[in-house]
Write a protein that binds this ligand. Structure first.
Ligand code: CAA
Length: 260
């Protein structure tokens, strides 16, 4: 598939995907969604690619939201019958078992903030601004904002963001636990690719299991989550990479991973 609204490049074992509608502040329309679904599936299916980074083109925006111009004329029945927004979770989040990082440059608003929160973690530039301003459009978050933002920053701050529509800057986002790291804008892609390369150098099966474990914390009660973690840990102890990783530590050398 050739892409018109995103760019995809490989940097070693890292896939860099860039939202590329800078004139519309990388607003997320149906074409962007279709192309992202395809790009994430290609990343997931490529054994040579071990971590992905998603960012926005230009200095101004990661993504300023779902495309308001596309939604303007749609009737409620269209949104309902298409189950509008459902594919973001069903065909990107749930089908991407490999890790990916959102590198947020500038505005991440509405669907842009929600897309960033779908990533395994967020690295933000110092000019990043997060928000769920849908209330100002007479609507509400539709791609997971009310759920993922609340889990990330807690009820009080999430209510503040959703009810007032205000933006949160990078410093507040890091303090609130929404983002993992803040870096200068000029270093954002290098830092995100460096973090992705570090993940890519880890034993691949252990990477996927770690991701699965942390995600389980959002889906289960504590007892079930702890049991799930122990069982996955026990499965990993049967891998060749466990033997290699522990031997490498004892022999004071780097591990040579088999991915199983
Ligand atoms: N959809 C479609 N186009 C958008 C857009 C969006 N979400 N955000 C920005 N654009 C377009 C603007 O219409 C403008 O296009 P034109 O030049 O053709 O007029 C261009 O991008 C540049 O935007 P501005 O001129 O507005 O730039 P600015 O610097 O003055 O303001 C901004 C930047 C504060 C981000 C402002 O663009 C803005 O408020 N955007 C909308 C943010 C928003 O409400 N997002 C939520 C969308 S709804 C949603 O996402 C639902 C959901 O839960 C999934």
């Amino acid at each position: 598939m050739s892409y018109e609204t995103i760019l995809v490049e490989q940097r070693g074992a890292v896939t860099l995907i860039t939202l590329n509608r800078p004139k519309a502040l990388n607003a997320l329309n149906s074409q962007v969604l279709d192309e992202l679904i395809d790009a994430f599936a290609a990343y997931e299916g490529d054994d040579g690619q071990r971590c992905a980074v998603l960012t926005g083109s230009g200095d101004k925006a990661f993504a300023a939201g779902a495309d308001i111009k596309e939604m303007y004329d749609k009737a409620a029945a269209d949104f309902y019958l298409e189950d509008f927004f459902s594919k973001w979770t069903s065909q990107i989040v749930k089908t991407t078992r490999k890790p990916w990082i959102a590198a947020v440059n500038g505005f991440a608003l509405g669907g842009g903030c929600e897309l960033a929160m779908m990533a395994d973690f967020i690295i933000a530039s110092d000019n990043a601004k997060f928000g769920q301003p849908e209330i100002k459009l007479g609507v509400a978050p539709g791609m997971g904002g009310s759920q993922r933002l609340t889990r990330a920053v807690g009820k009080s701050k999430s209510m503040d963001m959703c009810l007032t529509g205000r933006m949160m800057d990078a410093e507040e986002a890091e303090r609130s636990g929404l983002v993992a790291r803040v870096v200068p804008l000029t270093e954002l892609i290098d830092e995100a690719v460096k973090a992705a390369a570090a993940i890519a150098s880890m034993p691949p099966m252990a990477v996927q299991v770690n991701k699965e474990m942390v995600n389980a914390a959002f889906e289960t009660m504590l007892d079930q989550g702890l049991l799930h973690e122990r069982r996955l840990f026990q499965i990993l102890t049967a891998t060749e990479d466990k033997k290699e990783g522990m031997a490498a530590f004892i022999e004071k050398r780097e591990g040579n991973w088999k991915g199983r």
